[in-house]
Design a protein around this ligand. Structure first.
Ligand code: SF4
Ligand code: SF4
Ligand code: FES
Length: 213
């Protein structure tokens, strides 16, 4: 089953049940996003970047949480949409240790791509800059985690859950102090990581790095 929608100047026929974000990405329409992954049962909607304006709605909405509907008219590039996306990105960067020269994600980093697309400087001056009071976590035998590079997108948790049924990484702590922690549901001596790098591969920034790299 399909429905017809219009996105900017494009008329699209898209799958019923898709989110606006899925429909746009499937049709090569760029919408900034960090926390969405195909296959998630519920979008976490945590990155607050994927805003669009839907005709008839008074405010921009996150496109990963809104389902397409027949006749829907979507605008991806209004001043209000871009303002929210830029603020969302600047907020992420305000708690991010920007040190691209020394980061393995340099030149293949989602934050760099988003900054370029939204015309936002990586070293934002609009917000105070805060870093968590934690260094790198080297406790895992094959991975190093850098909490101050992590954007808490949850992709590592999702990919580990789908690969190994229960995720090794988990969110720990609260609010600003939330970090990715390991061994949530596993005994440290019995982890499946020696033959797997799914979480490091999916990480959109340089927050999870294989020790062998
Ligand atoms: S994660 Fe991206 S933005 Fe952050 S330091 Fe690494 S390359 Fe730069
Ligand atoms: S470690 Fe990487 S994949 Fe996992 S939540 Fe942080 S940024 Fe996302
Ligand atoms: S992709 Fe929609 S909030 Fe992150």
């Amino acid at each position: 089953m399909t429905v017809k929608i219009r996105v900017d100047e494009k008329q699209l026929e898209v799958k019923k049940g898709q989110s606006v974000l899925q429909a746009c990405l499937a049709n090569d329409i760029t919408i900034p996003n960090l926390c969405f992954m195909e296959g998630m049962s519920e979008p976490p909607a945590s990155c607050r970047l994927c805003f669009v304006q839907v005709a008839g709605m008074d405010k921009p909405v996150t496109s990963c949480t809104v389902e397409v509907a027949d006749g829907m008219v979507v605008h991806t590039d209004t001043p209000a949409v871009r303002r929210l996306q830029r603020s969302g990105l600047r907020l992420l960067l305000s708690v991010h240790e920007v040190d691209c020269k020394n980061c393995p994600a340099n030149k293949q980093c989602a934050l760099q791509d988003l900054a370029r697309f939204l015309n936002v400087g990586l070293k934002t001056k609009r917000f105070e800059h805060y870093l968590k009071d934690v260094g790198m976590d080297d406790s895992h035998p094959t991975l190093t985690h850098f909490p101050n590079r992590c954007v808490l997108c949850g992709k590592c948790i999702h990919v580990c859950r789908t690969t190994h049924d229960r995720p090794l990484p988990a969110l720990a702590g609260r609010g600003f102090d939330t970090v990715i922690n390991f061994y949530g549901a596993w005994e440290p001596d019995n982890i499946p990581c020696n033959d797997c790098s799914a979480c490091a591969d999916i990480c959109p920034v340089g927050a999870l790095v294989l020790k062998s790299d």
